[in-house]
Design a protein around this ligand. Sequence first.
Ligand SMILES: [Zn+2]
Length: 279
Amino acid sequence: MGMKSHAHRVYSNSITMMHLKLRHLGIAFAMSLASSGAAYAESPLPLDQSHSAPSASSPHWGYEGDIRPEKWSELSPEYAGCKIGKNQSPVDIEHTYTTSLEPLDIHYAIASQDMVNNGHTIQVTPANDSGYLQLASERYALKQFHFHSPSENLIKGKSFPLEGHFVHADKDGNLLVMAVMFEAGAQNKQIDVMLNSLAAVGANKHLNEPVEIDALLPKQHGYYRFAGSLTTPPCSEGVTWIVLKTPVTLSQAQIKRFETVLHHNNRPVQPLNGRLVVD
Ligand SMILES: [Zn+2]
């Protein structure tokens, strides 16, 4: 194998790794590895495959019975990390170490969005380039957001009725999930935008009225930070977790509707194994 083809193979492998990393979060890439140029194009509107509608390549998993979280690692060798991983999410944020964390710099635009109830969660996928989060020198583009009921992470042992996950990726495919807790209180208009547009499971729906993402976030952006994983198979690690300290509200009736649709889609908390949570 000559120099040229070797270089191409190395390049292809690194692209494949990045593709896999992103695919696990349901970011579908239209890849074309031309034999010479090796260019690839990101599909303009990635649809979730992960948090995810079952596909031929990824075994079905869920939250109850034989496919519940405790069984995920047995469903496929691909899911082994769910059991042997040492940096798994979610966690109970109990002891924290105070440092001087960089402020979050959030820029979400109101843009075209698609929504799907994929059988595991309700997920909204905004158009590309519709928002990012800047953390120190790193910029993370918003890829999708979705919900778990009740919350997956706990704050000092406390569970919340709903947790939103805002999934981001930097230019190298490194993932950052910002979690927002919801508690009972005033009705949340943006939650209604989603609930009123729900279609049948699996049916992708374009939102005529996009969700104002900023309205799903608290005014204060103080946060906890720790290293973790995807909370769904394949439970891939290397995910930066940001959990906002201040919850936002939704009404009791909205909580009920989420519970009805999501059916307790929360993975139990995982051991910290020596990880530090900083705030
Ligand atoms: Zn999630």
